[in-house]
Design a protein around this ligand. Sequence first.
Ligand code: NAD
Length: 494
Amino acid sequence: ASNGNGDGTARVVVPEIKFTKLFINGEFVDAASGKTFETRDPRTGDVLAHVAEADQADVDLAVKSARDAFDHGKWPRMSGYERGRVMSKLADLVEQHTEELAALDGADAGKLLLLGKMIDIPAATQMLRYYAGAADKIHGDVLRVSGKYQGYTLKEPIGVVGVIIPWNFPTMMFFLKVSPALAAGCSVVVKPAEQTPLSALYYAHLAKLAGVPDGVINVVPGFGPTAGAALTSHMDVDSVAFTGSTEVGRLIMESAARSNLKTVSLELGGKSPLIIFDDADVDMAVNLSRLAVFFNKGEVCVAGSRVYVQEGIYDEFAKKAAEAAQNWKVGDPFDVTSNMGPQVDKDQFERVLKYIELGKSEGATLLTGGKPAADKGYYIEPTIFVDVTEDMRIAQEEIFGPVMSLMKFRTVDEVIEKANCTRYGLAAGIVTKSLDIANRVSRSVRAGTVWVNCYFAFDPDAPFGGYKMSGFGRDQGLAAMDKYLQVKSVITAL
Ligand code: NAD
């Protein structure tokens, strides 16, 4: 697992790391405690950087700076048009630094360099520009109040937003939350995941260059139970926007309830079904399923990890899916021929391998993969289980790694029931040529996003979020702005 010629001897490329301190009130500063933590390179397990570790005292400072910027600063008071101009400038700067930023996420998260360059960073800039364009289109309604009154609503920014994000898409997650919050006129305190703090610090630097006033964006790397919990329990934080696991989502709601009843939005885990019907083109369906579950090493909340194939094509599909998995090249994310890099860290690597052992002990059969893919680093082979039943833990729990559970079904009604047989409801995929089946299943599956004859088709205009225990609230789309806005009714006597 090395860069370049794939013989294990080439040098592992490590990008230059410029920003490792907390970003508070427009300055990079050490943690008050002086503490740092290590972020590691999953290609080797070596330390990549020592990053300042925020705890309660630092989060207090960051929230204070965000509060001051909101209560007294110009950001919420400037016109939406002006905010949009600054955000557009930030988008341009992000774009100009694509190479460097993709390399940072590559080394910090094990993300394919190409994926960063072609997908994560373009999606982030598109998100910024989408909400930059929305910033001057925030308006209320004229009310039909009865009697001798006139009334209207104002939409005002909600205030200080705590943003807590995971490590699988460090760049996209940052802008998914920060873009609409900035457009609304809020200020933010971002706690990136402890596994991948580096690109968020870089974005804080670029935001300052773009003209985002001091205090409007603060970044406090640190751990969940300390820095994260300090943010969610803070009396001066008005809202928390979270993406991460269902377990932590529950803790965040509790913390919000116990402190100041701040609003929360939760984008949580998934165990999404990909349903392939007999009339599908098998080769196309195999390619789609490989993408659905092995893309970004399976570290994707919407991964189509439960693949249901109708009985008429099941055997052919299974054979071709195994071949396709074997041809999915695992290797250094900086090598352009790699299809999949290493899992993000040692914990995640061990967790995925444990699930593979669990699958075997539950009685599922390994069709392919199932082992580490290199002697060094956190690489795992693309893995497919067959003989999986709904009651198995590998069919119910989110593995968050390159593991597919392949299952057979007979009828449409049966597969709808099976698809819904999970506590999650984030996404679903359908492959069929029948419009009737596509419509029926789309409407019956309890999931926030349904893809028909595609997977991972994202757009800033398409609301994204979960049903059931995949959370509530929507990112993306104009409606996502509402999470960051308050509605005020103004009623005047005539
Ligand atoms: P995680 O929930 O462990 O951590 C996510 C973030 O929460 C991290 O920044 C972490 O430091 C913080 N955190 C942890 N404990 C906390 C606490 N007590 N208080 C406040 N913050 C705390 O999740 P993870 O392992 O980093 O990420 C994987 C999970 O994220 C998976 O379940 C995945 O499905 C989910 N995810 C969901 C989406 C989505 O849009 N629905 C997208 C990506 C990932």
